[in-house]
Design a protein around this ligand. Sequence first.
Ligand code: GDP
Ligand code: GDP
Length: 449
Amino acid sequence: MALSTKSLPVVVIAGRPNVGKSTLFNRLAGRRYAIVNDQPGVTRDRKSVEIILRDRSVSLVDTAGWEEDDPQTVFGRMRKSSESAVASADVVVFCVDARSGITPVDEHFAQWLRKQGKPIILAVNKAEGHAGDIAALEMYSFGLGEPYPVSAEHGQGVGDLIEAVLDALPNEDDEIFEDFEDDNVDRPLKLAIVGRPNAGKSTLVNQLLGEQRVITGPEAGLTRDSISVFLCDEEGEVELVDTAGLRRKARIDETLEKMSVSASLEALKMAEVVVLVIDAELGVHEQDLQIARLIEREGRCCVLALNKWDILEDREAVRQKIKDRIEISLTQMNGIAVVSFSALTGRGVHKLLPAVRRAYAIWNKRVPTGALNRWFEEAITRHNPPMVEGRRLKIRYITQIKGRPPTFVLFGTRTSKIPMDYQRYLVNGLRATFDMPGTPIRLQFRDSK
Ligand code: GDP
Ligand code: GDP
């Protein structure tokens, strides 16, 4: 299954002010993106640009500068301005100045950088001429591997530097789902169909299978083990998990209502996408909401299926009412995909699997790091993190650690104090900006010193 979650590898240029990071950035980018200035520490935003290095597309990031260059605080600020970029990096190009040699700030920064566990390429800039080569040689002692003498300004040595960066990049094949726990792209999507008794689940499954395969009558000795059936369409295979859960209802008639929630839980734990079938004629019941909450809690992606469309009169009103009820009760389901059909006649059922695949793609979504941080900076500026106990909370940066569902880590100070409504603000912003309707979005918080 082709999924659009491929992300570019990130190459970050880091180093103290004035070593020539912007010049190197521009040289690699082949255009003048960053503002280059002689004065140390001229403020500039972090720049990120997609470039092609030889034959690989990468996202190149130049780390930010700062207002003034006070040696007392330079390292702290250097780290602060680089840490989000470095966290997202696949490769860090650590830039030093051949003319000034290694300074204590470089040393300090290098020490910190090594701990970040990213591949580091040591670029010794301003190395034009013989003196530069000698300076570069001296930097072997730095313990960051082979120094690459370059002149960002004149373009010397840049080819070798690019080769080194390319060598350090992850394999192209690893770029898909690079951070995701599940990288088995070609296996069938796992789908569970859940809902209250009599919503029409068995009828739907039979309709999807195109023949009577799910046993609906009471049968002695039916195994409780879950059974998967496979559906196939042009897009590939879908594994319907826990069809035993569908049959179980026939055995224990009297506890139907109670069972449907716990049976749903079992089924959805095995699934990636969950179709919540609602009897549209009856509308949303508390039990439907209970099941929806479980789906959200387990971080599954959900498609809402409004069944028995054949016996409805005012269809648009019904659809709106049901969607509203779900979205109001479960904010994470905002924008959820809704498909309406008649499982009995089969009309409209063909819309279900495409909706399932779309939801699945969103659930797997990987937001590009550059865009994520651009959004983040704007979001916290527009609406500052609140004051708690008289002090403003700080969130410094955000990074997506995985998909399925999309999960983001925010780094800052006293992040455990971030109130729910601010978290919701961020989640809603992520959802709207990066087009992730109806999928649960997870935030985690980590305090960084
Ligand atoms: P940044 O603050 O680290 O991004 O540094 P800049 O890119 O702004 O460059 C700082 C200064 O170093 C500027 O005056 C550049 O013209 C100069 N510079 C950058 N690269 C080179 C180089 O390869 N050789 C020499 N001689 N100067 C350079
Ligand atoms: P389950 O308990 O969710 O598996 O529900 P079933 O598939 O057993 O269906 C329950 C009842 O609803 C059966 O009598 C079905 O014939 C009926 N039913 C299912 N789907 C539809 C539909 O789309 N339209 C109508 N009118 N009845 C349906």
